[in-house]
Design a protein around this ligand. Structure first.
Ligand SMILES: [Zn+2]
Length: 261
């Protein structure tokens, strides 16, 4: 009998494979991003299909295989129904946004621990926040997701320098700073005058503060914050550029974000 193992993870993506099968990419705590084949799942009648939707949190039993490991059994731990059933489709966007970026950022099969737990914490928060009435909900939930993204990038070793100027190393004062994407961090007004910087945007003091807080405070801290619409949009812009620099590919799901009301 084939050797089997059990693991827990989030389904990131799937694609058709051969005549009746599908390949699934799963983000797991113990093994990072794994690729498994699920036999017969291209058929509508396959009972496994109901367990294998994107961002279902599932328990998996997997059999070791020569080319691909094979899904032997699955059951759902959590399905984040509020995100999934959101009529405004913001939830659908968030699932796509997070799965796309995590799929692109996680390359090897290494234990994820903190990064994985952080994602589960975010999903629990989003699944509650999505059913609350709120102005600019789309921007707000993307903001929470991007706070997570900054922490996730930090854990991956892609930490941007936010506390000190990248050039002179002086503590960042809250005045006329820029974010330099090619160097990966904040540069002060004095250094900006003497450096050749091509890929940058100006960042307001409030957003510098938010970036600094995102490094140190946990996700729940931001739930009680009352940030202005402009700061949130500015923060989201900085994070999108930062993700782009680190994944080296455009975020396709942002096309969908633009059309969500
Ligand atoms: Zn400086």
């Amino acid at each position: 009998m084939a050797q089997t193992y059990n693991t827990t993870g989030l389904i990131l993506k799937r694609r058709d494979y051969q005549e009746n099968d599908r390949l699934f990419y799963v983000y797991t705590k113990d093994h990072g991003k794994i690729e498994i084949v699920a036999k017969g799942t291209k058929k509508i009648s396959s009972k496994l299909n109901s367990y294998l939707e994107p961002f279902y949190l599932v328990n998996l039993m997997i059999a070791k295989g020569k080319v691909f490991d094979k899904l032997a059994n699955a059951n759902i731990i959590k399905s984040y129904e509020n995100l999934r059933n959101d009529k405004e489709l913001i939830g659908f966007f968030l699932i796509n946004y997070l799965s796309e970026i995590i799929y692109n950022l996680i390359l090897g099969q290494t234990p994820q621990n903190k990064k994985y737990e952080l994602l589960i914490e975010l999903l629990d928060i989003l699944d509650v926040e999505i059913i609350k009435e709120r102005e600019n909900k789309k921007e707000w939930l993307l903001f929470l997701s991007n706070i997570f993204m900054l922490k996730f990038l930090n854990h991956l070793g892609y930490r941007p320098e936010i506390q000190r100027c990248l050039v002179c190393h002086k503590a960042i004062l809250l005045t006329k700073n820029i974010f330099d994407f090619s160097r990966g961090g904040v540069i002060c007004e004095d250094c900006k005058k003497v450096c050749l910087i091509e890929d940058y945007i100006k960042v307001s003091d409030k957003v510098i503060k938010l970036l600094q807080l995102a490094e140190t405070k946990d996700l729940k801290y931001f739930l009680s914050m009352t940030n202005g619409h402009d700061e949130i949009n500015e923060f989201n812009k900085v994070l999108q550029r930062l993700i782009l620099v680190n994944t080296e590919r455009p975020i396709k799901s942002m096309e969908f974000y633009k059309v969500v009301p």
